[in-house]
Design a protein. Structure first.
Length: 153
């Protein structure tokens, strides 16, 4: 009976370990590939974080200097430029810091949700805030693939 079971395990004539090594893999190689994949994901996550943060700091500085005022007149928000700029900077800082990035993503999602609504109510193109929001969500996913799943638990 044992010989029959041994034959079933070894149908191809070689052990599972030999087959695994013959395919070019090993446990050590699998670990190295997983570490390389994680390292790549971290680098891409930080590149996206820096790019989005630079964009958000630039738009916040436009609010502080008043350069964005003509745009905000359309939305009847010209008196709130400084407050909106401060809010944008706080949300961006929270987004950059790894310990607070989750709350930063939630706050930036709310911020850009409001920007999209402002564009829709004034009949202007809302593609840019939608694109930035998509990049923020993509960054969150690249940094933590289970990011959105954690909110559902």
């Amino acid at each position: 009976m044992e010989n029959n079971l041994d034959n079933l395990d070894n149908l191809g004539g070689e052990s599972n370990a030999q087959q695994f090594n013959a395919e070019g893999g090993s446990i050590a190689n699998a670990g190295k590939e997983a570490a390389q994949s994680r390292r790549t994901r971290i680098i891409i996550g930080w590149v996206l974080t820096i790019a989005v943060s630079l964009l958000l700091f630039a738009t916040a500085s436009a609010k502080f200097t008043g350069a964005a005022e003509p745009e905000f007149v359309k939305y009847r928000l010209e008196g709130y430029l400084i407050g909106i700029g401060i809010l944008e900077v706080i949300c961006t800082i929270l987004f950059i810091i790894p310990m607070t990035s989750r709350i930063g993503v939630v706050l930036l999602s709310s911020y850009f949700g409001g920007a999209i609504v402002a564009h829709l109510t004034s009949n202007t193109i809302f593609i840019l805030p939608l694109f930035v929001l998509f990049i923020i969500w993509t960054t969150a996913f690249v940094k933590d693939p289970d990011f959105f799943g954690k909110f559902l638990k």
